[in-house]
Design a protein around this ligand. Sequence first.
Ligand code: ATP
Length: 297
Amino acid sequence: MSIIEFNNIHRAYKRGIDVLRGVSFSLEKGEVVGLLGKNGAGKTTLMRIAMGMIEPQKGIVSLFGLGPRDEPIQVKRRVGYVSEDQILPEFLRVREVIQLHRGLFPTWDEALEHDLCKRFSLPLNAKIRSLSKGQARQVALLCAVSHRPELLLLDEPAGGLDPAARREFLETSIQMLNETGTTILFSSHYMSDVERLAGRVVMIHEGGVLIDSDIDLLREGHSLVLVPHAPKVTRDALLSIEGCIGVRDRSDAMHAVFRCQPRDALDRVARQFGSTGARHRDVALEEMFIELVGGQS
Ligand code: ATP
């Protein structure tokens, strides 16, 4: 049984404007999966559906084989969730917020709580409102993980942190927990985070799963081909080529991302258009994704 399974999830907030249009993927025990997608792609929506905070209009989500809205307590006890805009009660002290959470979870691990307090050097007597953004994220994380969840859902948990703090925060949360077998789904705008921390990436684009791949296979199995402008080299013509999954019209050439090795991609382009002067460009995954979704991924 999968730890979490999204099956054909559809969700719209306004009639006719679908955010998710048939999203399906699942996570097996111990996997760390990075969820990518540009602003508004639906990452938060998907996480909220997993937590039972909103309902899909179509499709089924299950965690440990249970529906989050059917068995909310059983499910939430086994899950840790940190959202991008997590609000902690500002008037409470750090110590009180931790106590509050400790009381909610029968599996709370005090040794882990103390370890994280020490690791983050949290000021236990400080009021939440006096914390920096990074410290507030750390408190939220401590509260989400000290009951040793089987599944951790992190929705841009390091948003607003500077690059060094982001790295430290993600490394602590993801690597440390995964070592103890926790399954983790985390959303991020940074392919570099996903490459460093996840074994697999799922990218949501235009309501569906555009990519679901092991990171290493992704690196080997995708290529960027630059095809010089010509009347026959249209976006639609490129997209009709087998394996072409994205095209951007740039000033220097049409940039096409293929789900295959560069040599195969160039062969296919030549078969479609004849000789065009197309060439392969070696790029980092981050850049490939920007090509693919047309902006910040
Ligand atoms: P980001 O990377 O910017 O956080 P995201 O991938 O998490 O984006 P969502 O927050 O899930 O995306 O939003 C997806 C779309 O749904 C957006 O167009 C957003 O405006 C819309 N949306 C989200 N929540 C609501 C809501 N409560 N009411 C109406 N529309 C909403």
